[in-house]
Design a protein around this ligand. Structure first.
Ligand code: B1M
Length: 211
């Protein structure tokens, strides 16, 4: 859809006003709210990353893009995300791994899980393995979710799985991983139970994991 490409282009240009107007208009016109996020906003963030790699953007632009994304979420998206299910389907402990402070995708996944009936314990960012282990134990979580956005921190996910094993918890909890550099293959390689491509996929996979 043309409007999603336009939202993504304007976000990449850091044109906050136009992004807000386009998102608001798209939603008024009946566009699906999750599609607006994934096809419009997320793709815009990927393009911001590309410009950063090319040396056209620097850290302040990454920060600004994140602020625009979060502000649109707050004003237009979150109020429209309605719960699709009553009752608790399971408890998920989620966090961004040690060394990594990207939280936009993780927050989106946490929100979609909550909206879809999961109880979520969000440990935040830069979470060391032992905090994942503690939380799984403390909250009796059925699923632990890890997010990593850097190729370097992606490997931390394996350390968390090792720590779960060492604590004797690995067979009591399912592990799902995700984030821009993560793939199905990597998930399998490090011994996770599932890979989430995006927030909707993450919800579907968690539902299967707790079945
Ligand atoms: Co950073 N950054 N960043 N950054 N940043 C990336 C990730 C990068 C790909 C940009 C690029 O160069 N193209 C690159 C990583 C390169 C690599 O390792 N391969 C990069 C870099 C290099 C860095 C720094 C090192 C820059 C520097 O300091 N020189 C630095 C590292 C800081 C650190 O963590 N230690 C850094 C910093 C930052 C900011 C803090 C300024 C800011 C983040 C603000 C914030 O999160 N509050 C930022 C941003 C905004 C980005 C980009 C542009 C956008 C990320 C984003 O929010 N996307 C990003 C470019 C990119 O992603 N291609 C980039 C939108 C979000 C909705 O998508 O997070 O992918 P995403 O989440 C998706 C899915 O991945 C999935 O579902 C979500 C919803 O669809 N998903 C899961 C995510 N987690 C999941 C967990 C699941 C399941 C699915 O299960 C549990």
């Amino acid at each position: 859809r043309g409007v999603y490409a336009e939202i993504s282009r304007r976000l990449a240009d850091l044109d906050a006003g136009t992004v807000e107007r386009l998102v608001s208009e798209a939603l008024e016109a009946g566009c699906d709210v999750v599609e607006v996020v994934e096809e419009g906003l997320r793709k815009g963030m990927v393009e911001v990353g590309v410009r950063f790699e090319r040396g056209e953007y620097f850290l302040p632009e990454l920060v600004e893009a994140g602020d625009i994304f979060n502000s649109v979420m707050e004003k237009y998206v979150l109020p429209r995300l309605k719960g699709s299910r009553a009752g608790v389907r399971g408890r998920v402990v989620i966090g961004t791994v040690r060394g990594d402070i990207h939280d936009i995708g993780k927050n989106l996944v946490a929100t979609m899980l909550r909206v879809n009936g999961f109880e979520v314990v969000d440990l935040g960012v830069d979470v060391p393995p032992e905090r994942f282990v503690e939380a799984v134990e403390k909250y009796g979580a059925e699923v632990v979710g890890m997010s990593a956005l850097l190729t370097t921190t992606m490997l931390e996910m394996r350390n968390v799985i090792d720590a779960l094993k060492a604590a004797g918890l690995r067979d009591k909890v399912k592990v799902i991983v995700g984030g821009a550099p993560v793939t199905e293959e990597i998930a399998r390689e490090i011994g996770a139970d599932a890979y989430g491509r995006d927030a909707v996929d993450a919800v579907e996979k968690c539902a299967k994991l707790v079945e």
